[in-house]
Design a protein around this ligand. Structure first.
Ligand SMILES: Nc1ncnc2c1ncn2[C@@H]1O[C@H](COP(=O)(O)OP(=O)(O)OP(=O)(O)O)[C@@H](O)[C@H]1O
Ligand SMILES: [Mg+2]
Length: 331
């Protein structure tokens, strides 16, 4: 049995469409018109023990909707899901104790309490034993470097500190499955890195099943080997992170070390990229790589060369920025 399974998971939001003006409102009393939006459309995947999967897609793609269904906050319109063998939206106690859903955009801590008391409340809710609780708080506050913030009111914490406590609260009961919806949103680079390192460490130690959304590719690259990409509610890629480059990158980066004092003019061969370690670099369309290599080497005294893949972040941006509606691709 997989840790997480989704089969044909579909969520249609119906929103009431109000006609403009007074007459629109009056007409609406008699005949309501609804707009339907397929936020998740026939979503299927399985995630195994110990996996950490990045869940990617542009704004409004349906990521949060899927996570909310898997976290039991939302009933699907149709389809099935199992988390550790349980149907999440039945909200059985046995499951509640085994997973956590953290939403970076929402606050789960008690705003007007010191962080410590907010955690205490979570302890009571989950019925965590005293010693276990103290050990976990000790350990996690040290790892995340917020021990000196335990007695600060949650609303007085910085965004980064608050997110760290959100994480601690989410991990208090040692869940086996973790859904993280943008855990690093709005954090500065240093805090982002801290949270990322922490999650990496935690994931390695605990082998906790994690599903993570983030608009920062750095998070995904640091934590996930596998990614699922969703757009308009439909999954169109599910496979290894490296597979994204193979499948979607239209360009490669060529680097040449050229033994010549005068600056070589590589502009006719490709788009000039910033130099790295005295290596001249150009961006070249994939099918032309061999041809361009040959031409450059024939024309300049090249002493070394490299062929590199573009950064995943660029590939994703390029893909969502220029492609039309994605076709259905599955690994
Ligand atoms: N409660 C709701 N009622 C109606 N429509 C909704 C509701 N929640 C979300 N939607 C719509 O469903 C679609 C998917 O939203 P969702 O929040 O799942 O996207 P997302 O991938 O998480 O986006 P983001 O990256 O911006 O967080 C969007 O078009 C959104 O406007
Ligand atoms: Mg979202």
């Amino acid at each position: 049995m997989s840790a997480i399974e989704a089969r044909g998971l579909t969520k249609i939001y119906r929103t009431y469409k109000k006609k403009p003006g007074l007459w629109g409102a009056v007409r609406g009393l008699f005949k309501r018109e609804y707009e339907e939006l397929r936020a998740a459309d026939d979503v299927s995947f399985s995630i195994e023990e110990g996996e950490c999967v990045g869940f990617l897609g542009p704004n409004g793609a349906g990521k949060t909707t899927v996570l909310k269904m898997l976290g039991g906050l939302l009933n699907p319109t149709s389809g099935e899901a199992r988390v550790l063998g349980h149907v999440p939206w039945k909200r059985e106690d046995a499951l509640k104790r085994q997973f956590s859903l953290l939403m970076g955009q929402k606050n789960a801590l008690w705003w007007d309490l010191p962080a410590r008391e907010s955690l205490e409340l979570n302890r009571t809710i989950y019925g965590i034993a005293d010693k276990e609780y103290r050990d976990v708080v000790e350990n996690l506050t040290a790892l995340l470097e917020v021990r000196d913030k335990l007695d600060v009111m949650v609303r007085e914490l910085s965004l980064g500190e608050r997110m760290k406590f959100e994480l601690i609260a989410a991990l208090l009961h040692a869940p086996k499955v973790l859904f993280l919806d943008e855990p690093t949103i709005g954090l500065d680079v240093t805090s982002q890195q801290k949270v990322r390192d922490f999650l990496k460490h935690y994931n390695r130690e605990r082998k906790i099943v994690t599903m993570l959304t983030s608009h920062y590719m750095g998070d995904i690259e640091a934590l996930c080997q596998r990614v699922i990409i969703i757009d308009h509610g439909r999954i169109f890629f599910d496979g290894p992170l490296s597979g994204i480059i193979e499948r979607f990158a239209s360009h490669k980066i060529l680097g040449f070390t050229i033994a010549e004092t005068a600056a070589p003019d590589l502009a006719p061969y490709g788009e000039i990229m910033p130099k790295v370690d005295a290596q001249h670099r150009i961006r070249v369309a994939r099918p032309k790589v061999m041809e361009i290599c040959r031409e450059v080497m024939a024309r300049f005294p090249v002493t070394d060369m490299s062929v590199q893949e573009p950064p995943i972040e660029d590939v994703i941006r390029e893909f969502f920025g220029t492609a039309g509606k994605p076709g259905s691709v599955k690994e």
